[in-house]
Design a protein around this ligand. Structure first.
Ligand SMILES: [Zn+2]
Length: 144
């Protein structure tokens, strides 16, 4: 019998500041586009993100991967880098992008995906970034 494939998800939280502003647009256009998130000195969000990994479930272990190892990976690659930081100024791998939830989800994917190679058969399926309880963005990887 072949092993069933299952998706598992780990959620993490962090707090950070950002400002949505594209210098290519006028100040007025930026205010219109981004509203309160264009505040000149930035503002904070209590972010959360979810990372979903798909893989085979060996009968012997019953696990796609150890969720504690996924937790450690996410805290190393993401949480320790962004928690209590200003996403526009303090995080080198977010430099030069407008830090919307969409862009942040793609940037998280790029950091997490290479680290999953060590887990045989596992693949990254989704990165979901919550900017607030009700607003979130999903990224499923290039071409998806
Ligand atoms: Zn904001």
């Amino acid at each position: 019998m072949t092993e069933p494939f299952v998706e598992i998800t780990r959620r993490e939280e962090f707090s950070a500041a950002h400002r949505l502003h594209n210098p290519r647009f006028s100040d007025e256009e930026n205010r219109r586009l981004y509203g309160v998130c264009n505040n000149p000195n930035g503002h904070g969000h209590n972010y959360a993100f979810e990372v979903t990994v798909r893989g085979p479930v060996p009968r012997e272990t019953g696990m796609v991967m150890d969720l504690n190892r996924l937790m450690v990976l996410l805290r190393e690659e993401i949480v320790s880098q962004v928690d209590h930081k200003h996403l526009n100024h303090d995080v080198p791998w977010l430099a030069g992008i407008v830090p919307t939830a969409e862009h942040v989800a793609v940037a998280f994917w790029k950091r997490i995906e290479p680290r999953l190679a060590q887990f045989e058969g596992c693949s990254l399926r989704r990165v979901r970034v919550y900017e607030s309880r009700d607003n979130f963005a999903d990224y499923h990887g290039a071409g998806a």
